[in-house]
Design a binder for this molecule. Structure first.
Ligand SMILES: Nc1ncnc2c1ncn2[C@@H]1O[C@H](COP(=O)(O)OP(=O)(O)OP(=O)(O)O)[C@@H](O)[C@H]1O
Ligand SMILES: [Mg+2]
Length: 256
């Protein structure tokens, strides 16, 4: 379980996050939505200890995640950042194994168990056929799947994903979100995922958190948060919300 308590972040004199409190339960997928610049990446980066926080705490059960060294934190949470370049000369296999870094002994030796975890993670994202390829040669979507495999290889109970589907085609967007949901349930993971696609959020998230100007404007189930009122105000655009013809989940359409 991930507990974000009163988290505030500033960049210079500008406050980017205003006392954010949000819980992500084990087995739950929470979608973080909001306009460009709302603070989604800043929240994910603050929770993962990449940007300093001005106030507040991030906890999992009894562990204060921002008070422990990064390598120990990496056993609790794994991150797929929004814009990240992997070392292009590394192979997919080497990249996936990087996820085992928090568990290696002081000689940095990779065990058969580490390799097994990496292989299983690559299989989950359908990337086993890519193992010998260099990361720099992969397409954007293939790279995104390898990044997820690297995060899964970390074997953490918390997963933070920053727009993981932005480079994926429709097939892999749906496949990716279905996989993340089923992993959350099967492995009891707490997943916080920043998404721009409101319809993916509606379809796959257990709960949705709407961030606007660094503050949480609404948190709840997809039908509670994805209302025409919330969305048109947050995105400054008239929208219509209709039920998905089969799933019944909210579908957000730009209106006029
Ligand atoms: N390292 C930084 N230094 C200064 N300002 C920053 C930094 N990182 C983010 N910001 C600012 O904080 C605000 C929130 O940015 P953030 O990247 O968190 O938004 P976002 O919701 O992820 O947006 P997007 O949908 O475009 O990814 C923006 O105004 C941004 O310019
Ligand atoms: Mg972002």
């Amino acid at each position: 379980m991930l507990m974000i308590e009163g988290l505030s972040v500033s960049f210079g004199p500008r406050r980017a996050l205003h006392s954010i409190s949000l819980e992500v339960h084990s087995g739950e997928v929470v979608a973080l939505i909001g306009p460009n610049g709302a603070g989604k990446s800043s929240l994910i980066r603050a929770v993962s200890g990449v940007v300093p926080v001005e106030g507040g705490r991030v906890r999992t059960n009894d562990t204060d995640l921002l008070a422990i060294p990064p390598l120990r934190r990496a056993r609790h949470l794994a991150v797929v950042p929004q814009a990240v370049s992997m070392p292009p000369a590394f192979t997919v296999w080497e990249t996936a194994l990087l996820g085992r870094t928090p568990y290696l002994n002081f000689l940095g030796q990779v065990s058969a168990g580490d390799e097994q975890v990496a292989r299983a993670a690559l299989a989950k994202v359908d990337a086993l056929p890519l193992v010998a390829r260099r990361v720099g040669e992969l397409s954007g979507g293939e790279q995104q799947r390898v990044l997820l495999a690297r995060a899964l290889t970390q074997s953490t109970p918390i997963l933070l994903l920053d727009e993981p589907t932005s480079n994926l085609d429709l097939h892999y967007q749906v496949g990716f979100m279905e996989m993340v949901c089923s992993l959350a349930k099967s492995d009891n993971l707490a997943v916080l995922v920043a998404l721009h696609d409101l319809n993916l959020a509606a379809r796959y998230a257990d709960r949705v958190a709407l961030l606007v100007d660094g503050s949480l404007a609404a948190v709840g189930t997809p039908p509670e948060v994805l209302t025409a009122g919330h969305i048109s105000e947050a995105y400054r655009l008239p929208v219509e919300v209709v039920p998905h013809p089969f799933a019944g989940t909210p579908l957000v359409l730009p209106g006029d």
